[in-house]
Structures are given as C-alpha cells and as structure tokens.
Design a protein around this ligand. Structure first.
Ligand SMILES: O=P(O)(O)OC[C@H]1O[C@H](O[C@H]2O[C@H](CO)[C@@H](O)[C@H](O)[C@H]2O)[C@H](O)[C@@H](O)[C@@H]1O
Length: 352
C-alpha cells in the first residue's frame, strides 16, 4: 500500500511539492475541451406518473465493468477493515440531482444527515466546481472540509506555514473558530476573472437563457435554457472573451462552459493536497480514499486513485460512460444509500 501511495504521488508529480513550490506550473498552452452539446438527465417533475424506464442493455454490460458500489459494499468493507477511510464528495449531480436552476440545487435534509454522519467517523471533504462559499451555503456542515472552484480554493486542516511556506497559503479561522489553512493556487488570476465576468455578462446580454455564475476562481456559463439556434453564437462569444485573456482555458460540463485558469491544478491535486495535509501521506499504508463524483472534472480525481492503485473511485451515472472509476452509483439517491451504509459501518466498527 505504501508503494501504491508513492505511485499516486508520483502520478501527479506532487512529492512534497507543497513545501517547495512558490509558483504553480502553467499549462504549456491553453487547452480547450472539445466543445459538444451534451445531454444529461434533469430531475423529473414530481407530479408526473412514475414510468419504469426500459432496461438499456448497454448500461447492463457497462455495469459489469463498473459494478454497483452498493452491491460491492460488503466486499469493499472487508478489505478496508482496520484502515483509515477518507471520503471525498463532489456536489452537483452527486449530493443533489441535476436541476434546471443552478441557484436552486438544494441538498435534501436526509443527504445532509448522511454526510454529517459519515464525517463523524471519517475525514470528509467536498470537492466542487462551485465557489467554496456557495457550496458551503448549500451544505451547511462544519464537520467537512471544502474545496471550491474545482479544487483551486481549499479550506483544509491547519498546517504549519513555516514548514510549508508558500505564497498561496494563509491561516484563517473557520465558522467554529478552529484554525484552518486556506490554499488558493490561482490567486493572481482573480482580477482577470472579474474582468471576464463583466465582459461575458455584457456580450451575452442579447442571448436569452444564458446564466453566468461567478465561481470565484473560475466562471460557469450555463446554456441549459439557451435555444439550440443560439448555441453557436454563445459559443463564439465565450471563445472571443477567452481569446482576449491569456492563461485561461475552457472545459465543458453538463450544459455549461467552464472557464478556468490554465494551471496544473485540478480535483485530483486537491484530493492529494487534502490527504497530505490531513497527515496521511507519511503514514499512508493504511489510507483508503473513497471519491464519489459524476462529472468530467471528477475524472481527474479518479485518475489519481487509479494510477496510484489505491482507494475507490466511484462514478455517479445512470448511463454508460467512459470513466476511470472502478464502480458506480446510479444517481444521488444511491449515493445517499451508500453514505448511510458507510456511516453505519463506521458506527459499528468504531465501537469495537
Ligand atoms: O463539481 P460540481 O460540484 O459537480 O460542479 C459542477 C457544476 O455544477 C453546477 O452546474 C451543474 O448543476 C446545475 C444544478 O443542478 C445545473 O443546472 C447545471 O446545468 C449543471 O452544469 C454549477 O452551477 C456549476 O457552476 C459547476 O461548475
């Protein structure tokens, strides 16, 4: 296992990077994901009669490659027993269903209780594309760590700054008055992000349905409500704003363009940063990270676990998808069942 964690670190060239780096490595050139409109399930109207969808044979065969984490749960736990579990959770599409209005992606009370109960037994972090502040407002739990802006804004365990001197870190107090360390590797991009926000708002004013979300270290341009005819115009306008600012690139999520600083830092790096600052890198032979996420940006974290041969990368999907995850959960309701079981397992095993 120690060898596996070393591989994990090597995979993203982290190796005590935190202690040394004074600047974050930039992409050699701006990388843009291939931009294609994408469909995904949106939470259905609760008043509609329930119809059982036909079983998709492709999904059934995909499940053989990515078995249900619920069915795999007993096997997983028998190998984990005695080791330290650390839980990482994405937000949209994982802890809440995808909904039409990004401002109304509220988490259910049942999910909040399940996440809280998991966090009472295992260190738990949320790693989201949203701003850290926004995701905290949705989750409202003080028991978990938060990494917003796709990992570019982490409020994590307090670390000794003299041994980890770096211009991207600062000490702060959380809402409970506990010392935490804030790590923001894209801090110098903030002025340019504010400029881009104003430019995007102005340039897209004539396109009905566009919603621009300030995620602090990145920007989401939502087009879920944009007419198909207007999509190419919107895409051109977004690319034209991007073209005026060097050091940024575009990725694509669920009906959303995401503009991000071109630094080599993603959800995978955030996962390793949190493991390291939680103190598990030095004593890593007993650590089992579990990461649950539904989107393309979560693949960066899956990749870290897969290449290190450690932990459990779990994708949330009800359709067959190209993924590095080893197992799957169909939707947030299955995520809820998984978290409830995990918390119960933690309860039973902590009292032994
Ligand atoms: O990393 P995540 O926590 O999954 O954040 C990714 C993006 O999630 C949000 O947008 C998505 O969810 C919305 C609410 O369900 C939905 O309306 C939208 O179409 C989806 O793309 C969030 O609003 C974005 O800023 C995040 O980048």
């Amino acid at each position: 296992m120690r060898h596996n964690i070393a591989k994990l670190y090597h995979a993203i060239k982290f190796q005590r990077w935190l202690g040394k780096a004074e600047s974050i490595e930039y992409f050699s050139k701006a990388r843009h994901d291939k931009i294609e409109p994408e469909s995904d399930p949106v939470e259905s109207d609760p008043d509609k009669p329930i119809s059982i969808p036909p079983v998709d044979p492709k999904y059934i065969s995909w499940l053989k490659e990515h078995p249900s984490a619920l069915l795999a749960f007993p096997g997983m736990m028998s190998t984990i027993k005695g080791k330290q579990i650390v839980v990482f959770l994405d937000y949209d599409g994982t802890l809440t269903p995808i909904v039409d209005d990004p401002e109304r992606a509220f988490m259910s009370d049942a999910m909040r209780i399940a996440v809280r109960d998991v966090a009472r037994h295992f260190p738990t972090a949320i790693i989201s594309g949203r701003s850290r502040r926004k995701v905290y407002e949705f989750i409202k739990l003080d028991e978990v760590y938060y990494a917003g802006s796709h990992g570019m804004d982490i409020m994590g365990p307090s670390i000794q700054l003299d041994s980890y001197e770096c211009k991207y870190r600062k000490q702060a107090l959380d809402k409970q008055g506990n010392e935490v360390t804030i790590f923001q590797p894209a801090r110098e991009f903030l002025p340019a992000i504010q400029e881009m926000l104003s430019e995007l708002k102005e340039i897209t004013i004539g396109i009905p349905g566009v919603f621009i979300e300030d995620n602090r270290f990145c920007i989401s341009v939502h087009y879920r409500h944009v007419k198909d005819n207007d999509y190419p115009t919107l895409e051109n306008k977004v690319l034209s704003v991007l073209g005026q600012h060097s050091g940024f690139h575009l990725t694509k999520g669920k009906k959303v363009f995401e503009i991000r600083p071109s630094i080599k830092w993603n959800k995978g790096n955030a996962l390793v940063y949190l493991l390291d600052t939680l103190g598990f890198a030095a004593n890593s032979n007993n650590v089992v990270p579990i990461y649950i996420g539904d989107d393309k940006t979560d693949e960066d974290a899956f990749k870290v676990l897969k290449s290190g041969g450690v932990g459990y990368p779990i994708i949330v999907s009800s359709t067959p998808r190209q993924t590095l995850a080893s197992s799957s959960l169909r939707d947030p309701s299955e995520v809820l069942s998984f978290l409830i079981r995990l918390a119960r397992w933690g309860e039973e095993n902590s009292s032994q």
